[in-house]
Ligand binder design. Structure first.
Ligand code: CA
Length: 226
């Protein structure tokens, strides 16, 4: 699951973006000024940064400039108004994209997906691909197939399958799945895990008459390929 750092001093906006991103399954942290943003970047190493330009202590432009000295982490800038010179300066400093406030959250989500995809390190063909019998998944492109035929999985279904598969042969608890696949930091309603497991089984196990996702009674689930 991708980690996203929000550097934004307007708490309402930071909170709103945080909730939306968490809802999408991202792991999110936020910093309220430029210095805190840089510190948090160093310690937490997020996969993407949403960076407001008007920040106390250290401006967004300066944060961007310093980040670019050592890192090519994707940066999406937020500008308060439609100020062309700010955008140009931000892009010159190496930001990947920008959004003008106020913006539609869907548009920010779309741009985040594009940025993350572009920067994903293992997009080379076959990198990270896994097979179990005739089932094959390619995490880099979120694609799955069975005997060459595409298996249509939603992002969440894919993440769940991928997580279980990464822990092949290990019983994974519902709470662990909730926190790692859904990004919930504390134990919540685990019914959603069972619902998605059912979807996965319908699309894979039941459909192809195989058994990959096993229920481990009183624990959770396990991916195992005989
Ligand atoms: Ca601001």
């Amino acid at each position: 699951m991708s980690r996203i750092l929000i550097v934004e001093d307007e708490t309402k906006i930071a909170r709103f973006i945080t909730l939306e991103l968490e809802h999408e399954g991202y792991e999110v942290r936020s910093a309220a000024d430029g210095r805190e943003g840089l510190t948090l970047y160093e310690s937490w190493r997020p996969d993407l940064i949403i960076l407001d330009l008007m920040l106390p202590r250290l401006s967004g432009i300066e944060v961007c400039r310093r980040l670019r000295q050592t890192s090519d982490v994707p940066i999406i800038m937020l500008t308060a108004k439609d100020d062309v010179s700010d955008k140009v300066m931000g892009l010159d400093m190496g930001a990947d994209d920008y959004m003008t406030k106020p913006f539609a959250i869907e548009e920010l989500l779309a741009r985040i997906r594009v940025c993350l995809k572009k920067h994903r390190p293992d997009t080379h063909a076959g990198a990270g691909a896994r097979t179990a019998g005739k089932l094959r998944i390619e995490p880099a492109s979120y694609s799955a197939s069975y005997d060459g035929e595409p298996v249509a999985l939603t992002k969440k279904e894919f993440d769940l399958l991928n997580y279980l598969w990464q822990h092949e042969g290990v019983a994974v608890t519902r709470d662990e799945l909730l926190s790692n696949v859904w990004g919930y930091e504390f134990a919540g309603d685990t019914n959603i895990v069972d619902v998605y497991i059912r979807y996965l089984r319908q699309k894979i196990d039941d459909k192809y008459g195989i058994k990959l996702i096993h229920t481990i009674r009183a624990v959770g689930y396990m991916f195992r390929h005989e």
